[in-house]
Write a protein of this length. Structure first.
Length: 201
């Protein structure tokens, strides 16, 4: 029988059936993520953080009606265009998921009329709050954006101004008040969650 221990390599979600021994940590992280808008999972390098998220957390999230979407390489977002970068990954993830039987009918339905302000309309703030992610006519799911290896924001970013602009973008995404002054939409509640996964050292 092949060993289920992977040494320095992390487990992926498809290997959840052989991911053993971290049930309590999985339950604890699941509770935190499901009861928080923004969450953080951190550990020193080599502690199995990615395995815990991929093979422990993500399958449980799917069982509970959530839709994990991995946002990788955020430091590659050029010119601080985080909305375009993130939404492209979301759409690509949705297209990939539709290849699986469970998600073959996955759709993003627009639940609000188009706002007058184009900047607002193009923002992830608006899109995540005004779209319903639906598997079929009876079942909806809540997207969870997982920023894996989040330390890259500090280690691989171009300069301090890029880091400042990124965290400013995150702050606006967290706030429910309309980030574009003067638009009519006002306050909209979150229809999504975010998990940041990073090394603690």
């Amino acid at each position: 029988m092949a060993s289920v221990f992977k040494g320095p390599h992390f487990y992926i979600e498809e290997e959840s059936s052989i991911f053993k021994g971290r049930e309590k940590e999985t339950r604890d992280l699941l509770y935190i993520v499901e009861h928080s808008d923004f969450s953080v999972c951190y550990a020193v390098s080599g502690e199995g953080k990615s395995s815990l998220v991929n093979a422990g957390l993500c399958p449980r999230l799917r069982e509970d009606g959530f839709l994990p979407i991995h946002i990788k390489n955020i430091a590659d977002a050029e010119n601080g265009n985080f909305d375009e970068f993130v939404w492209k990954i979301v759409k690509e993830s949705i297209n990939d998921l539709r290849k699986k039987e469970k998600y073959s009918g996955l759709a993003m339905l627009k639940m609000k009329p188009k706002p007058e302000d184009k900047e607002l309309y193009d923002s992830v703030w608006w899109k995540l709050r005004t779209r319903e992610f639906r598997i079929n006519a009876f079942e909806t799911v809540i997207p969870i954006l997982i920023f894996d290896q989040f330390e890259e924001v500090f280690n691989s970013s171009k300069d301090l101004s890029w880091i400042d602009s990124f965290f400013s973008w995150l702050e606006k995404l967290y706030q429910d008040e309309n980030p574009i002054a003067g638009d009519y939409s006002g306050k909209l509640q979150k229809n999504f969650k975010i998990l940041f996964s990073l090394r603690s050292e």
